[in-house]
Design a protein around this ligand. Structure first.
Ligand SMILES: C[S@@+](CC[C@H](N)C(=O)[O-])C[C@H]1O[C@@H](n2cnc3c(N)ncnc32)[C@H](O)[C@@H]1O
Length: 249
């Protein structure tokens, strides 16, 4: 799937108006450095800013890292570094976050992430690995206490399969997949449009077809995970849907 730079990516929220704002207002505030990443993301990556994790997710991810007493974290999909910094700041001084991105969505995100990591007091815990996520998952050394998968949704099942095959998740580890409700579209994904998407496709049509395609993949992924006896999962209605997975038994 192409990532078009000439359109503004948006997706409907899963909540009625005001709920997410209320939840944000009643969640602990994020550190100043995360606020700055959010502002730079809006300013420097406006087309794809909507794909960044939010304050609620940053606080939630940090809590999970702390509660799991994690030391080794893997993030698949860095974008501007918001999630990586949120998780790194919850790690002990010798903890590590490996974060992976090919910057296929927005090249400009690399510069924002790199300067955020350089400026952060937790930056020494973060290692950015540039490359295709599936390749990196084939090479990286685990196990990890927390794996946060937040890259291209059509590959979620492949990412899960590779993580399981390579035993990248520690026995008591937590595997998190973001956007598993995909704006609510997973309950009734549209049929394939049959439109061949390219850079000349009308922007609205491109966005509709792309969102529909990813909804079908995510619906299949959600069904597959739920039926997989090797794992236990819970799909939380946090932000755009966050699925938490651990080894069964
Ligand atoms: C939703 S954003 C990640 C947001 C980030 N986790 C955060 O907390 O703000 C998804 C990122 O995945 C990257 N991505 C998409 N497909 C990829 C692939 N096949 N390999 C590596 N990175 C990929 C995109 O470049 C984009 O920056």
């Amino acid at each position: 799937m192409l990532h078009r730079k000439d359109i503004v990516f948006t997706k409907p929220p899963i909540f009625r108006p005001g709920i997410e704002e209320y939840a944000t207002a009643h969640t602990s505030p994020v550190a100043g450095e995360l606020h700055q990443i959010q502002q730079r993301t809006q300013r420097e990556c406006p087309q794809w800013a909507d794909i960044a994790s939010t304050s609620i997710q940053a606080v939630f991810l940090g809590m999970l890292v702390s509660l799991a007493q994690a030391r080794n974290v893997l993030e698949v999909g860095t974008f501007t570094g918001h999630g990586a910094v949120a998780m790194a700041s919850a790690l002990p001084a010798d903890g590590k976050v490996i974060t992976v991105d090919s910057f296929v969505a927005d090249e400009q995100a690399r510069a924002v992430a790199k300067s955020a990591f350089d400026a952060s007091p937790h930056g020494h815990k973060i290692r950015l690995v540039e490359g295709d996520a599936l390749d990196v998952l084939g090479e990286v050394n685990g196990p990890f206490d927390i794996i946060f998968v937040d890259a291209d949704k059509p590959n979620y099942q492949r990412y899960f399969d590779r993580i399981m095959q390579r035993r990248l998740l520690s026995p008591h580890g937590l595997l998190i997949f973001d956007n598993t409700l995909w704006g609510g579209a997973v309950t009734d994904p549209p049929p394939a449009s049959g439109v061949e998407l390219d850079r000349t496709t009308d922007a609205d049509e491109w966005l509709r077809a792309m969102r529909g395609d990813w909804a079908r993949h995510l619906a299949a992924f959600n069904a597959s995970i739920t039926a997989d006896p090797r794992v236990e999962n819970v799909l939380l209605t946090v932000r755009d849907g966050m699925t938490l997975i651990r080894h069964a038994g």
